[in-house]
Design a protein around this ligand. Structure first.
Ligand code: GLC
Length: 552
């Protein structure tokens, strides 16, 4: 193991291809669109892009339902477009991370079609998790598990034209879970990984990496009432974080190690506490895991400091960098989340009839402060497209325009994730804000988004885009990502202040309600305007972060 692998310090930008840039006017973003915009990502100052799934898929879960792992979906383009994207990214010095979805396939995948056409117990059925139902005629599902998207985790199929076995799906019924007890499945995925590595992928983000192995016997399980739907509620969840899953990751690691160039593996694994999560990034397994505890930490100095300390200790304890992340395609954008009066359950989403609504201005301030704090921390950070524009969650999407299966499966009880997936604005005055040449967008864009458009922010001092650029530039120049956090106790004694030093930079966040005076130091970055107070000291307003050059 070396300590200079690129991913240890990388800022990785998540592209959600369907909402990034549409080059052919069908209202859905595509790979050519991504390639066109890569220079803007390079200018932003990120090190890598992670592409959410663009493989062949019926798109019932926005591409997280793959029907062919070795082809590009026509709505996103062709394999040639992927090659061109990788070529351009590498030319610009950007790495490319591919999203891999091994827990389940689409029900349109030929493996599943073969399974349906085959008899119970056949080799084709053994690729998935088929079981007989309960009750005299097998009419009840094999156990009580409930899908993450709502409703039972089982669907019944026809055998010889009559109701027959049931298959398991942690997510939508169009996403049958693969049977990872079957060596055949292991072999197929090793081939799939090599396919993308051969084409220049610099690594993989692994979807639902904690779900692949189910507890033997599939015992009944009821998660806590207000529990997190993706797991991490308790140590013994029969379909989340089963110990056997680590064998799979060691196998994948070996495949990546056949290649040169520090190919990276990042886990989407909703496990807690952080010490348990750290087991996923032990040597020989993943390089990184998303730090969801950090994502959901409350906006208080105590919680933020605790999670930062625990993250650094847990990950460093196994020789891995911590990751930091505030937004992605599954959660309420942090510019809105941080303005909510209370946390909503994970996966719930927010809509016009939600029990509480955000304080928009507060969320925006806090989001900028939180990002500036995050980008000063050592390790690797993930950004989600549009956060560099300060985009909020879109709350008032018309019911009939919503597409997330969560919304459909819960009959509108949970809004789901469409609000963070709205196509992003590039040009204030262009149709669809420059997202699409035809002016179409697969989810409606709010009428007041011109103010967030990238071209309105470019070169404008104080804009969120310029804040991100400046932070990323300084982070690189000051080598903050390979530094360390030294708390400044004389400042952090206050229960509303976070203050630390990383290399020569003092980072101070005011989480209180009143302006506070700052330590001495040259101003490097501010998320709100600071001013010199009557005591001659620089004053930091509430919900703001500054970076100062330490004087000694
Ligand atoms: C992951 C993805 C999410 C998807 C789910 C099922 O959590 O991030 O978008 O719906 O897996 O594949």
């Amino acid at each position: 193991m070396t300590t200079d692998e690129w991913w240890r310090t990388a800022v990785i930008y998540q592209v959600y291809p369907r909402s990034f840039q549409d080059s052919d006017g069908d209202g859905i973003g595509d790979l050519r669109g991504v390639t066109q915009r890569l220079p803007q990502l390079e200018q932003l100052g990120v090190d890598a892009v992670w592409l959410s799934p663009f493989m062949r898929s019926p798109q019932r879960d926005a591409g997280y339902d793959v029907a062919d792992y070795m082809d590009v979906d026509p709505i996103f383009g062709t394999m040639g477009d992927f090659d061109a994207l990788v070529g351009k990214a590498h030319e610009l010095g950007l790495k490319v991370i591919v999203d891999m979805v091994p827990n389940h396939t689409s029900s349109d995948h030929e493996w599943f079609r073969e399974a349906l056409a085959s008899r119970p117990g056949s080799a084709a059925r053994e690729r998935y998790i088929f079981r007989d139902g309960k009750g005299p005629h097998g009419e009840a599902p094999p156990n009580n598990w409930q899908s993450v998207f709502g409703g039972p985790m089982w669907d019944r199929v026809l055998d010889d034209g009559k109701p027959g076995q049931w298959y398991l799906h942690i997510f939508d019924s169009s996403q049958p879970d693969l049977n990872w007890e079957n060596p055949w499945v292991h072999e197929r995925f090793r081939d799939i990984l090599r396919f993308w590595l051969d084409r220049g992928a610099d690594g993989f983000r692994v979807d639902v990496a904690h779900g692949l192995v189910k507890q033997a016997g599939l015992p009944d399980y009821t998660p806590p009432e207000d529990g997190a739907s993706m797991g991490g509620n308790e140590a013994t969840e029969p379909y989340w974080g089963q110990p056997g899953v680590h064998e799979i990751w060691r196998e994948w690691r070996d495949v990546l190690d056949e290649y040169d160039g520090d190919r990276a593996l990042c886990a989407e694994a909703w496990v807690s506490p952080l010490e348990r999560m750290a087991q996923w990034v032990r040597p020989g397994e993943f390089d990184q895991a998303f730090n969801f505890e950090y994502m959901f930490a409350a906006w208080t100095a105590r919680d933020q400091r605790r999670i930062i300390d625990e993250s650094l200790a847990a990950f460093q304890g196994v020789g891995a960098p911590s990751t930091w992340v505030l937004s992605n395609h599954d959660v309420i954008r942090h510019a809105t989340r941080l303005g909510l009066p209370a946390a909503l359950p994970q996966g719930e989403g927010i809509g016009p009839k939600s029990p509480f609504q955000p304080d928009v201005a507060l969320g925006f301030r806090r989001a900028r402060a939180a990002t500036a704090l995050m980008l000063a921390l050592p390790g690797s950070a993930y950004l989600y497209q549009g956060e560099e524009l300060g985009l909020p969650e879109v709350i008032d999407i018309p019911d009939e325009a919503r597409q997330d299966p969560t919304w459909q499966r819960t009959k509108g009880k949970r809004y789901g994730r469409d609000g963070c997936r709205v196509p992003i604005p590039w040009e204030a005055d262009a149709p669809a804000y420059g997202f699409s040449t035809s002016g179409r967008a697969w989810l409606p864009q709010p009428p007041d988004w011109a103010r967030f458009a990238r071209d309105r922010q470019e070169g404008v001092p104080g804009s969120t885009l310029e804040l991100y650029k400046a932070a990323l530039r300084l982070r690189r120049r000051k080598r903050l990502a390979s530094g360390s956090v030294k708390w400044l106790n004389e400042w952090s004694r206050s229960r509303t202040v976070l203050a630390f030093r990383n290399r020569g930079v003092l980072v101070v966040t005011n989480l209180g309600r009143r302006p506070m005076s700052l330590p001495d130091g040259r101003l490097l970055l501010e998320t709100e305007s600071t001013h010199i107070g009557r005591n001659g000291k620089r004053m930091l307003p509430p919900d703001a972060t500054v970076w100062l050059q330490a004087t000694r």
